[in-house]
Write a protein that binds this ligand. Structure first.
Ligand code: GZL
Length: 322
């Protein structure tokens, strides 16, 4: 009798194991749906970032829902709320500005949907509102721009007058590329920021702001410090229309290292371009799969980046992916 019982228990255990394995396999095979809210389409960097996210999804077997917020926070909040209503598996977004995210991220938390930040960071007290932030260190990027200026002007007593074309007001890259520069030049009195204004990361914005700076300051300007290539390229147009010689006088510091930025370095119109990689798609998809699989992710996944100058631009440009 005991043998029959033992055989029965063994059969039950085998059946249970088989069921668990098949559920496990199903869970592993269940297609992940990722809801992504993109800032907008304001720059060449953003276009490359969108392309990277969109192409990485099918390659990772992820069903991507994508929304372009036209650089408006309320559109990003609407998109995230709609992803919650659709019960997506993971939400990811590139926050247009640093503040104002707690309410909508509390809604995602209440719905038990994990949130991943890409590209830009947010300023929240409750860091449980997102799983990880994948992207660049903008403060370090700003320091790199500042260190290049220090080296470039090391034998110059000054004054070195800087005009700054800032990115989107309140955005992490604008705040930190400014702060990183200040960190480096604040103790060197020869550097002076004589004007700062936002061009909203767009070519048209950069051109418009630079037209005004050229009118007001003209030949007093020694450096144009542009928070991205699109604004630098717009500023170059404005400077040339004003009879100035960008890349010689004034010197031009830019960020992103996009194709347009590289071409301007080859043409001698941008002096240094601090790299900021938009190619975050594959890392985002891997992070989404890891979160769904219940893995613990690092709080911060930083992008490796460097600095390019006119000296190496022509040689490196053919190798660039964006
Ligand atoms: C930086 C990114 C910035 C780029 C701009 O990671 O958020 O936004 O520097 C883009 O070109 O518009």
């Amino acid at each position: 009798m005991a043998d029959v019982k033992r055989a029965g228990v063994r059969a039950l255990v085998a059946a249970a194991l088989l069921m668990t394995a098949s559920f496990g396999a199903q869970a592993a095979d269940k297609e992940i749906t990722l809801g992504f809210s993109q800032v907008g389409a304001e720059s060449a960097w953003r276009t490359a970032n969108t392309e990277s996210v969109k192409s990485a999804a099918p390659a990772a077997g992820i069903n991507l829902k994508f929304a372009d917020a036209q650089q408006k926070q309320e559109n990003q909040i609407k998109a995230i709320r709609s992803y919650i209503a659709q019960k997506v598996d993971v939400i990811a977004f590139s926050p247009v500005v640093e503040s104002g995210w707690e309410p909508i991220l509390q809604e995602a938390k209440a719905a038990k949907i994990p949130v991943i930040l890409t590209d830009r960071n947010i300023d929240v007290k409750d860091t449980s509102l997102y799983v990880t932030m994948i992207g660049s260190d903008f403060l370090e990027e700003g320091r790199r721009g500042g260190h290049w200026l220090e080296e470039h002007y090391k034998n110059d007593k000054g004054p070195i007058n800087i005009v700054e074309l800032q990115g989107t007001v309140g955005s992490a890259p604008a705040n930190d590329r400014h702060a990183g520069l200040i960190e480096v030049i604040k103790d060197d009195p020869k550097f002076k920021i004589i004007a700062s204004q936002s061009g909203d990361f767009t070519l048209a914005g950069g051109k418009q702001v630079m037209e005004a700076f050229a009118k007001t300051y003209g030949s007093k300007i020694n450096v144009v410090y542009a928070h991205n290539d699109d604004m630098a390229l717009g500023a170059i147009q404005a400077m040339e229309e004003a009879g100035m010689h960008p890349g010689k006088d004034p010197v031009v510091v830019s960020f992103d290292a996009t194709h347009g930025g590289f071409q301007a370095m080859v043409d001698g119109k941008i002096n240094v371009d601090v790299e900021c990689s938009p190619l975050l798609g594959p890392q985002l998809m891997q992070a989404a799969k890891d979160v769904v699989a219940g893995k613990t992710l690092p709080r911060r996944i930083k992008t490796e980046e460097t600095v390019f100058t006119q000296a190496d631009a022509a040689k490196i440009m053919p190798t660039r992916k964006y």
